[in-house]
Design a protein around this ligand. Structure first.
Ligand code: FES
Length: 487
């Protein structure tokens, strides 16, 4: 019987990103059966799959950790209770299979007895026919038992993966993700780049309510919100306070557009201030554990510290929603930047209000992506790239970063580590000395003859964005595929 696997599970088993398998399906190298792939086809493509300690899901997690600059760390081990429940489920399946096999065995014994009786029958023809059937039965049994002795590496790894993590399919979007370690279903979905509906992430508001269509969940966090009896009977649960015991299918709402997320006000704390160079500060804020900020990658926030405030793009990914990064440039006329460089310190409160803006990823677009950033226009682009990585998009991602100021390509090592960790990512740095924005556009056009095959995200100071956008429009680039952010 064909062993069918979801794309996410197959990717974990062979240790590649989901996007890599999507590309193989698109190119015809791998067959797809209604969104699933067969274990046999997978083994033909990846014959080196081995039953060793370096199993696929560890490799995929490592790729993500490297790509995210080791910021998103996945805790791999589920709690003892969840582990024992998953092992109990597998033992039950094994017991059912054993009982099934015993029934087959009894049937074979009965068949043999019957054939022996026939062999002692009245006519020679009946005796010969019974002997032939008996011999056929023995040959078939031998062949089947011989096959069963061959180990199926993929099936064994799949069993192991089911103990370590649970697979979740979201309806109606058909998005998939895994719940690893002690994560709640909501945390696991956010880490995977999904924008599920939620509010407090603390069991109070009920906004993360979703219906469990199949599978079992378990409460791992306290919740004050009370579900009605009717909701409980229909299978509703709070995603922020439950984890998955085994594989799940859920019905849940997801945000697709910036307008789906309401403005929120949260007081965060300064976690750290890191000088990227004399003119640029990496401001790391952390929201309280009980109150997180919901936003889409690429959006802005209004930050207030004392009397000073500014609107800045978020430079980090919503997959790590408690930790928010901002790239603050020193500017004489900017009161907030002055505060950041002169008096703000770890532990200080900063009020956040937002999110704002529609410079967000069109995740369902089938086109490859060109990110064109100038100076701190890299901040929202970084957020989009990390989000695309969390989603494991299969399309190609190209970053062209123009540095015109004294800070240069201030996170060049991070960009190089993305290019090193991901097959579908390229990084091209350009400087003002090399020719500035015209040179950046010349390189983009030289590298990609058919620009209409891309979605383009442009971010930087006003003059850069205006000049690059008008150059693209003059070449007839479709407006619907162009996203702009002025920072
Ligand atoms: S997000 Fe508020 S109860 Fe889950």
């Amino acid at each position: 019987m064909r062993q069918l696997l979801s794309l996410s599970r197959a990717a974990r088993l062979v240790g590649v990103a989901r996007g890599v398998l999507q590309q193989k399906i698109q190119s015809g190298e791998l067959r797809s059966f209604d969104g699933m792939v067969s274990g046999e086809d997978l083994l033909l493509l990846y014959p080196e799959v081995r039953l060793e300690s370096e199993v696929g899901f560890e490799r995929v997690s490592r790729i993500k950790e490297e790509a995210f600059g080791r910021r998103v760390r996945e805790r791999m081990l589920p709690s003892q209770e969840i582990l024992s429940q998953r092992l109990f489920e597998q033992s039950r399946e094994l017991t059912d299979l054993r009982a099934h096999l015993q029934r087959y065995h009894a049937m074979v014994v009965r068949l043999r007895e019957r054939l022996s009786e026939e062999e002692a029958g009245a006519t020679q023809a009946a005796r010969a026919s019974a002997a032939r059937l008996g011999a056929l039965l023995e040959r078939e049994l031998e062949a089947v038992l011989g096959e069963a002795a061959a180990p199926n590496a993929l099936a064994v790894m799949d069993d192991m993966l089911r103990v370590m993590s649970a697979h979740v399919l979201v309806r109606p979007s058909r998005h998939e993700f895994f719940v690893d370690g002690a994560d709640t279903i909501l945390e696991a979905a956010l880490r995977s780049g999904l924008a599920l509906n939620y509010g407090c992430s603390n069991g109070n508001c009920g906004l993360c309510k979703a219906r469990v269509v199949s599978g079992q969940v378990q409460k791992v966090r306290h919740q004050d919100y009370v579900l009605s009896e009717a909701e409980k009977q229909q299978g509703y649960t709070l995603l922020c306070s439950h984890t998955a015991v085994g594989d799940l299918v859920i019905e849940a709402l997801e945000s697709a557009e910036a307008g789906d997320i309401p403005p929120q006000q949260i007081v965060a704390q300064v976690k750290s201030l890191q000088v990227l160079d004399g003119e640029l500060m990496l401001l790391h804020l952390q929201t309280p554990r009980s109150k997180r900020l919901r936003f889409l990658a690429g959006q802005n926030l209004t930050l207030s510290a004392g009397e000073a405030s500014a609107q800045l793009p978020i430079a980090s990914c919503p997959c790590d929603d408690r930790n928010l990064h901002f790239h603050v440039a020193r500017k004489a006329e900017d009161g907030f930047a002055k505060t950041v460089f002169s008096s703000l310190k770890a532990g200080d409160p900063v009020t956040l209000f937002g999110p704002w803006g529609d410079f967000v990823l069109h995740a369902e677009s089938p086109r490859s992506i060109l990110f064109l950033a100038c100076d701190t226009g890299f901040a929202p682009v970084k957020s989009l790239i990390e989000h695309a990585m969390a989603l494991e998009v299969s399309e190609r991602l190209h970053l062209y970063w123009l540095a015109t100021g004294p800070s240069g390509h201030y996170l060049a090592n991070l960009c190089r580590s993305w290019a090193g960790a991901l097959d579908n990512f390229t990084y091209v740095p350009v400087t003002a000395e090399q020719g500035g924005a015209p040179e950046l556009l010349r390189r983009v056009a030289a590298d990609h003859a058919d620009l209409a095959a891309f979605d383009i995200y442009l971010a930087g100071a006003g003059p850069f964005v205006e000049a690059a956008a008008s150059a693209l429009r003059e070449r007839g680039f479709p407006e619907a595929q162009l996203s702009l952010a002025v920072v």
